[in-house]
Design a protein around this ligand. Structure first.
Ligand SMILES: [Zn+2]
Length: 124
C-alpha cells in the first residue's frame, strides 16, 4: 500500500514513507500534523494525517499480474504436456491447478483493496 499527500503548491503527489495500516497508526508514528517536503518543487508544508490517502502501488501490481500469468502458463504447459489424457479426472484437476495462482492473486488483491479502503475511510 502506497501512501501519499498532494503538494499544496504544485499539486503533485508526494510519497509518504510509512508502514502504517490506517490513519490512527500514522498519527502515532508521525503525529497528527507533520511536515513534508515536496520532491518536485521543494516546498515544505504541514499536512494532517487526514490529508494522506492510500493507493495501490500500480507498478508493483502490474508486475505481480504478469508474474501470475507467467506462473499459470508454465503450470498449464507442464500439466498439459505431462498429464493430459492420462486420466479422465485431469479434465478437472488441470484447470483447477492452473486457476490456483490466479485465485491467490485475486485474494491478495482483495486484501490490499480492503486495507486501502479502510485507510481512506477512518479519519482522525
Ligand atoms: Zn510541490
Amino acid at each position: 500500500m502506497r501512501k501519499e499527500v498532494i503538494c499544496k503548491n504544485c499539486k503533485k503527489s508526494i510519497k509518504i514513507n510509512s508502514r502504517a495500516n490506517d490513519r490512527g497508526e500514522l498519527s502515532l508514528e508521525k503525529g497528527k500534523f507533520f511536515e513534508v517536503k515536496c520532491r518536485s518543487c521543494g516546498k515544505v508544508y504541514e499536512y494532517s494525517v487526514n490529508e494522506v490517502s492510500a493507493t495501490t502501488n500500480s507498478l508493483f501490481g502490474a508486475l505481480m499480474f504478469v508474474f501470475v500469468l507467467l506462473v499459470m502458463a508454465i503450470v498449464g504447459y507442464y500439466l498439459f504436456s505431462n498429464y493430459w489424457g492420462k486420466s479422465f479426472y485431469m479434465v478437472f484437476i488441470i484447470p483447477t491447478a492452473i486457476a490456483i495462482p490466479g485465485m491467490i492473486y485475486f485474494t491478495y488483491l482483495d486484501f490490499m483493496n480492503k486495507g486501502i479502503r479502510r485507510f481512506n475511510r477512518f479519519r482522525r
